[in-house]
Every structure is written in structure tokens, then in C-alpha cells.
Ligand binder design. Sequence first.
Ligand code: HEC
Ligand code: HEC
Ligand code: HEC
Ligand code: HEC
Ligand code: HEC
Length: 226
Amino acid sequence: MHIKITPDRIRIFALLLMIPFAVGAVAVLAKPSFQEVLAHGPIQAGHENVQCTDCHRRDDATLRQQIQANLHYALGNRENSVDFGYLPVTSSDCLDCHERPNERHPIYRFREPRFAEAVEVVNATSCMGCHTEHTDQRSFSDVRVCAACHGELNLVNDPVDVSHETLVREKQWQTCLGCHDFHGNHTYKAPKLMVEAVPVQDIEDYLAAGDSPYGTEKIYKAETSR
Ligand code: HEC
Ligand code: HEC
Ligand code: HEC
Ligand code: HEC
Ligand code: HEC
């Protein structure tokens, strides 16, 4: 049979040829790994206006290499995409916005040899020892994390109705965050009565992504750009 080639037929043929490409494009967008490149999980409370590039600094790799690796990641050929032209995220990226003169637990302190054992339990030398991004966790540290360093607590005139010495002896480590925040940056005064301590469940909710039990007021607010 002879088919007459008309301009209309050519157009339909061209459209038919394009279908597999269109389907392919949709399939790539629907792949979870590709969506992760676009929006890699939930963002930290307060980071709504922080740019991806505030944490993911460009390596000096060329744009071409970056796009290529990115594409491989999107197509599932790579385990991760962090080396696709970006440097690993480090504490100094965080500190550019979060450095404070009143820091109660500055990370550099814990590089001292006397903290070697504690740091094996919790890597307090890095923000990423207790925090990350793209999860629904404000901090993934355990509520009992204080145990790593505060095994000897004898306050001269202990103001608390159950003394710190007793709390430590009875290993009541889950109570600490009920009266003290970790960084000391909330305008919150530690209560003196155990009944006024924040319940453990509220602390755990806060360490996930819940509201702050220490109020919303902070002594130092983070910078919004680097
Ligand atoms: C507050 C800092 C911060 C911001 C803002 C941020 N990220 Fe991340 N991102 C991280 C950290 C920390 C990791 C964990 C991997 C690491 O340590 O490098 C990570 C991991 C990733 C990964 C995966 C790497 C892997 O190995 O799985 C991708 C992709 C990514 N981020 C993309 C983005 C995109 C896109 C944005 C903007 C919507 C963004 N990030 C915003 C800190 C950040
Ligand atoms: C470009 C600046 C910027 C960078 C970089 C940045 N942050 Fe933030 N971050 C903010 C701001 C602004 C807020 C919200 C205001 C505040 O909490 O002071 C915030 C909020 C947070 C909060 C939650 C505060 C709360 O009370 O809920 C955590 C936790 C946090 N950042 C950790 C980090 C970590 C860890 C890094 C490094 C991986 C980092 N940030 C990098 C600016 C930044
Ligand atoms: C040993 C674990 C640990 C390390 C290390 C750590 N954090 Fe935290 N961080 C916590 C815990 C627990 C909380 C929740 C209690 C609180 O609000 O202080 C928290 C809360 C925060 C908050 C919200 C409250 C606030 O102070 O504004 C920010 C922001 C924050 N961390 C940033 C950082 C940055 C930046 C670093 C690195 C310089 C870091 N953290 C290192 C455990 C840690
Ligand atoms: C990696 C070790 C480490 C961890 C983990 C740790 N601390 Fe500390 N903390 C210290 C050191 C060191 C000091 C400073 C003590 C000094 O100066 O004598 C300190 C000081 C403090 C202070 C007194 C701050 C001031 O201004 O005098 C409080 C309160 C405190 N920590 C509470 C906590 C609580 C609550 C936790 C658990 C959420 C915790 N710490 C976890 C090492 C740690
Ligand atoms: C009922 C509330 C409460 C609980 C629970 C509590 N503290 Fe305290 N803590 C206080 C008060 C009040 C002070 C006095 C200084 C102040 O106001 O911060 C204090 C002081 C401290 C100090 C400073 C000591 C100094 O020399 O200045 C450290 C460190 C400390 N607490 C750690 C802890 C740890 C670790 C735990 C968990 C075992 C804990 N606290 C549990 C209320 C509490």
C-alpha cells in the first residue's frame, strides 16, 4: 500500500516519536532520588530562608562536571550527590551564622584530650555530631546526652530541691534538659524545683521538630545570610 506523505502526517509522526522522551522525562522526575536533589527532605525550623548554597558551598569543579554528576545521581547511578561540585558541609558553615559569644558548649573546647572518651559517646566537636539537615529533627542527640560529660556534679550550694549530686548518683540524665537548654541561648532561667522541670516528652518533641519548651526568645539570633 502506498502512503502519501502529507505535511499533516509528518507532524503526527513527529509527535509519536516524541512520546517515549516525554514519558522518560516524567519517569525521571518521579524518581525519589531526583526529588531529593530538588528538595532533600524537610528543612530545619528557622531555615526557610537559608539558601541551599549557604551550606553547600561550590567546589572549584566546573559547572559541566557538576551537572553531569548531578544527572548521574538523578538517574540512580550514584550513591550520593554531595561530591557533585559541592564541598561537604562543615561546622564552620554553621558557625558563619550561629557563632555566639555566650556559647555554653563551644565545639572547639571538646578537641582537648581530656574529652577524648566523651567524644567517643557523642561527637561534640562538630555541629553534625548532634544536628543535620533534611530530617524532621531539630537535634538527633539523645535526651541523656549530658551523661557523657557531667558524671561529677557537686554544686557548692545546690539550689535544686533534689541535688545534682543525687540526680547523677541515680542516673536521672533524662531530667537535665528539663531545666537547662544545651547552648544557653534561650532567655530561660533554670527552675529550682523538680516539679517545674519540663517533662521528658516535651523535650523529645522539641528535639524532633516541636515547639521550644524554653520559650521563643533568644539571647542571640542567628544571621540570615553569610
Ligand atoms: C543548614 C544547612 C543546609 C541547607 C540550608 C541545605 N542543606 Fe543539603 N545538606 C546539609 C547537610 C548537613 C547534609 C548531610 C551531608 C553532608 O554532611 O554534607 C546535606 C545533604 C544534602 C544532599 C545529599 C547528600 C547525600 O549524601 O545524600 C543533597 C542533595 C542536598 N543536601 C541538597 C540540598 C538542597 C537542594 C538544599 C536547598 C533546598 C539544601 N541541601 C539545603 C546541609 C544543608
Ligand atoms: C545563612 C545562615 C545560616 C546557616 C549557614 C545555618 N543556619 Fe541555622 N538558622 C539560621 C537562622 C536565621 C535560624 C532561625 C533563627 C534562630 O534560630 O536564631 C536558624 C535556625 C537553626 C536551628 C533551629 C533553631 C530553633 O530554635 O528552632 C538549628 C538547630 C540550626 N539553625 C542549626 C544549624 C546548623 C547545624 C547549621 C549548619 C549545618 C546551620 N544551622 C546553618 C541561619 C543559618
Ligand atoms: C552535643 C550535642 C550538640 C552539639 C555538638 C551541637 N548542638 Fe545544637 N543543640 C543540641 C541540643 C540538645 C539542642 C536543643 C536544646 C537547646 O535548645 O539548646 C540544640 C539546639 C540548637 C539550636 C536551637 C537553639 C538555639 O540555641 O538557638 C541551634 C541554633 C543549634 N543547636 C546550633 C548548633 C550549632 C551551630 C552547632 C555547632 C557549632 C551545634 N548546635 C552543636 C545539641 C548539640
Ligand atoms: C562533651 C561534653 C559535654 C556534654 C555532652 C555536655 N556538657 Fe555541659 N558542660 C561541659 C563543660 C566542659 C562545661 C564547662 C564546665 C566548666 O567551665 O567548669 C559545661 C557546662 C555546663 C553548664 C554550666 C554553664 C555555665 O554557664 O556555667 C550547664 C548548665 C551544662 N553544662 C549543662 C549541660 C546539659 C544539660 C547537658 C546535656 C544536654 C550537657 N551540659 C552536656 C561539657 C559537656
Ligand atoms: C529542677 C531543675 C534542674 C535539674 C533537673 C537540673 N538542674 Fe542543673 N541547675 C539548676 C539550677 C537552678 C542551677 C543553678 C545555676 C543556674 O541557675 O543555672 C543549676 C546548675 C547547673 C550547673 C552549673 C554548675 C555551676 O557550677 O555553675 C550545671 C553544670 C548543671 N546544672 C548541670 C545539670 C545536669 C547535667 C543535670 C542533669 C543531671 C541538671 N543540671 C539537672 C537546675 C536544674
